[in-house]
Design a protein around this ligand. Structure first.
Ligand SMILES: *Cc1c(COP(=O)(O)O)cnc(C)c1O
Length: 456
């Protein structure tokens, strides 16, 4: 097989500013050992997130100029609405400025004390918005998804038996809706099968509970279904995506992922009454229903991005470029979540640094070292992001300690990725020298964004 090349030419470039290792040691210390606090210009390769970091196409930039900025009923809104409806088939489509704004509206209305929201795995902002409403969020990931070293096709699947037990235990009247995150971002970017979405829907339907998709990476998930699930090899990605959404009663979406834009999101649903309540809240917090928290030009760029994301040459390149990085790391013995997910490689920090206990944030230790060694910015997804405390103030660690290397869409070339693999492998070879960290500041919610550390 021939090399799968980037399916685009580069028309506009942004220079990278290089730093020395000595400078980076200083910068990281100033940032309290939290790369969220580092200036982007001090980063060489930024793998902090794939959110809002995509390179837009010439046609999207043309859409930015062409956007209709009318307050109400803008042409760009109707183009956006029809692009979203073509994929999701949803009756009501509500633009928001990000995915979390859609979550905030949805859970402000459906959440509250005594309510429970199950998911395969809630994303951090989703969990935070549920908990902020005083409701509780539960992850019911299937067993195989909890084992980083096991290779399986659909490690993002919901444990549907656990879901049914959960519904019986908590009471269906206390569960306003069930979510499935596609692909499962916090669980390794692993896809969810069509069969699992169908089975989850069947359980929800039995108890009269609506099913919502957290659809941020719906196109990557649809492509995995095409490649891995029986009966889908010859179907176009659009048709697969439509089938995924056909089992859902609504969805939340961050357009900063699979809509290839730098800002935007939406909330969509079929229920008339829920839509009315959401729109009323939208007007208070985001804006009029034909622009949400966005400019007309943003809606135009989202509409175009939603078409481009389903190009199968793009998706093949996208999934392959992540897998390529994964293969290089595995060949050098670096422990990662297998198989590689859709948008990121996740280092398994427990196996990478077995000598650093979970209370000392092994993931954060790797994050810091990748920055110092190569100017690469990554993020911890482990005890820092998801750790809780028990009544005695002792850390309750999450099941996995991960470091995510998220790959921005259409931004880096193969040589950038080769460089990343060289740095990760160097850090892995020197892993005996890595130390743990201690928190010196933490915010009450989403603490990973602003935490500060000291080195042990
Ligand atoms: C990014 C993301 C969100 C939140 O979207 P924002 O646009 O960052 O607010 C929600 N769920 C998942 C799975 C995500 O990846």
């Amino acid at each position: 097989m021939k090399t799968i090349i980037e399916p685009f030419k580069i028309k506009s470039v942004e220079p990278i500013r290089f730093t020395t290792k000595e400078e980076r040691v200083e910068i990281l210390e100033q940032a309290g050992y939290n790369p969220f606090m580092i200036r982007a210009e001090d980063v060489i390769i930024d793998l902090l997130t794939d959110s809002g970091t995509s390179a837009m196409s010439a046609k999207q930039w043309a859409g930015i100029m062409d956007g209709d900025e009318s307050y109400a009923g803008a042409r760009s809104f109707f183009r956006f609405e029809s692009a979203v409806r073509k994929i999701t088939g949803m009756k009501y489509i509500i633009p928001t400025h990000q995915g979390r704004a859609a979550e905030k509206i949805l859970f402000s209305i459906t959440g509250g004390e005594g309510k429970f929201f199950p998911s395969n795995t809630h994303f951090d902002t989703t969990r935070a918005n549920i908990e902020f409403s005083k409701a509780e969020a539960y992850d019911l990931l299937n067993e195989v998804g909890k084992h980083p070293e096991i290779r399986a096709d659909f490690k993002g699947n919901m444990d549907t038996e656990a879901l049914e037990r959960f519904i019986i235990e908590k009471g269906r009247e206390n569960i306003p809706l069930c979510m499935i995150t596609v692909t499962n971002n916090s669980g390794g970017g692993q896809p969810v099968s069509m069969q699992n979405i169908r089975e989850t829907k069947a359980v929800c339907k039995k108890y009269g509970i609506p099913l919502f998709l957290d659809a941020c990476r719906f196109a990557e998930n649809a492509y995995f279904i095409k490649k891995r699930e029986k009966g889908y090899a010859d179907k176009p990605v659009l048709e697969i995506a439509r089938e995924m959404f056909s089992y859902a009663d609504g969805c939340t979406m961050s357009a900063k992922k699979d809509a290839l834009v730098n800002i935007g999101g939406f909330l969509a649903m079929n229920d008339d009454n829920l839509a009315m309540l959401c729109r009323n809240l939208l007007i208070v917090t985001e804006g009029f229903p034909t622009y949400g928290g966005l400019a007309g030009r943003d809606l135009e760029a989202i509409a175009q991005g939603l078409e481009e994301i389903m190009d199968e040459n793009y998706l093949q390149y996208r999934i392959r470029s992540v897998e390529y990085l994964g293969e290089k790391l595995l060949a050098a013995g670096v422990p990662i979540i297998e198989p590689p997910g859709g948008h990121a490689i996740y280092l398994d920090a427990k196996r990478f640094l077995p000598n650093v206990p979970q209370e000392q944030f092994p993931g954060q230790s790797i994050v810091c070292e990748l920055y110092v060694e190569g100017g690469i910015r990554t993020v911890e997804i482990g005890s820092l992001m998801f750790g809780k405390y028990d009544a005695q103030g002792k850390l309750i660690p999450p099941p996995m300690e991960l470091v995510r290397l998220a790959i921005p869409r259409r931004v880096y070339t193969q040589s950038h990725i080769d460089y990343v693999s060289e740095i990760v492998i160097d850090v892995y070879k020197n892993r005996e020298c890595l130390k743990g960290y201690r928190l010196t500041y933490e915010a009450p919610m989403l603490r990973h964004f602003t935490a500060r550390f000291e080195k042990l």
